[in-house]
Design a protein around this ligand. Sequence first.
Ligand SMILES: Cc1cc2nc3c(=O)[nH]c(=O)nc-3n(C[C@H](O)[C@H](O)[C@H](O)COP(=O)(O)OP(=O)(O)OC[C@H]3O[C@@H](n4cnc5c(N)ncnc54)[C@H](O)[C@@H]3O)c2cc1C
Length: 378
Amino acid sequence: MDFRFTDEQRMWHDTLHSFMEKEVGREYTREHDESRKFPYEVYKKMATQGWLGLLLPEEDGGVAADPVMFAIFCEAIAKYSLDTAACLMTSMFTATNISSHGTPEQKDKYLPPFLRGETTFSISISEPGSGSDAAAARTRAVLEGDEWVLNGSKTFCSGAHLPNTTIVIMVRTGEERHAGLSLFLLPNTSRGLTVTKLNTIVRRSLGTTQLYLDNVRLPKESLIGEVGKGWTYIGEHLEFERLSLAASYVGNARTALDDTQRYTKERKQFGKALSSFQVLKHRMAEDECEVEAARLLTYAAASKMARGERAVKEVSMAKVFAAKALFKTAFNGMQALGGYAQLPEMDMERYFREAKHAMVGGGTNEIQHSIIAKEMGL
Ligand SMILES: Cc1cc2nc3c(=O)[nH]c(=O)nc-3n(C[C@H](O)[C@H](O)[C@H](O)COP(=O)(O)OP(=O)(O)OC[C@H]3O[C@@H](n4cnc5c(N)ncnc54)[C@H](O)[C@@H]3O)c2cc1C
């Protein structure tokens, strides 16, 4: 067994990290968190590099990156913020639904402008009454002549308020719990749709929203794939999504720990560097173990996926372990930086807020444990 990157993977890693430092950077990330503005410049630059198409096949204009290369990408783009990573990944994942199950007309209409960085996608699964139990969704679509009529409400739909955004929405078209769910393409300017921003402590540059659908009429051809296949389609990309989340948590945890080390080496109290106090040193050593363990779990899951093997248990293990490692590292960073940790210019309070969300977004820690237990035959 060899734990090293290949030359190609190392080059990809270095290219991305240097891009994040030169083209994005801490200040830009911090400003966009504070002003709650979407990082359009970064999104456009990523599009120019062709990176928005990493998950799409070549025939749809993408490059079909393998899971290890994709994990390297996600680890790098979350270097300064999970929010920046989400601004890219949300659209990238949602585009795969269109690429895998869309008609040629849907692909022609939606994928080229996305790949050029001119449009974004949102994914709307959660509802006020159904979060972890997503299959209990009640928002409904009924076919009337040549139109689908949608009624209900959705919550936490990230990025749905942004200009030129299309929402891929999962709604009920039948009574069966899973086989009664379908996916639709819903432009955010549709008549009868109200999008209200939520004032969350994270996803401040992407933004997250509540949707109200009051007799929203969509043309028949807004359906993605077949009626009743929505749950299956969403499930298809979950392994990739959880892997990408795990990798992004690892990337952000690494920065949180590096920042803690740097600060504690520079800051002196009682005539000594904070890093010389054993309690702080040991906490950082423990965090080093956990961040590295999270990284190994993430790349072990990515390698298994790259071999074409089922990795449901492995990606959930990586996601939940990396979320905890990130939270602990950011929590310890908050303590090590004392009162200064609370100033946005130190970045630690952002890592800490986002680390809390890592334990909830993309399936909570408890739900990941349930998946792992099921895979263990429990
Ligand atoms: C900032 C933000 C952005 C988001 N973006 C999106 C998005 O773009 N699209 C989208 O569709 N959704 C999005 N979500 C929703 C997110 O996926 C849900 O918040 C998450 O799945 C949890 O659902 P819930 O909040 O309703 O919590 P609940 O499901 O009500 O859970 C509450 C608590 O109970 C626990 N729990 C629930 N069921 C079980 C069980 N069976 N066993 C043990 N414990 C259980 C949970 O783990 C959690 O701790 C976003 C959420 C936030 C906060």
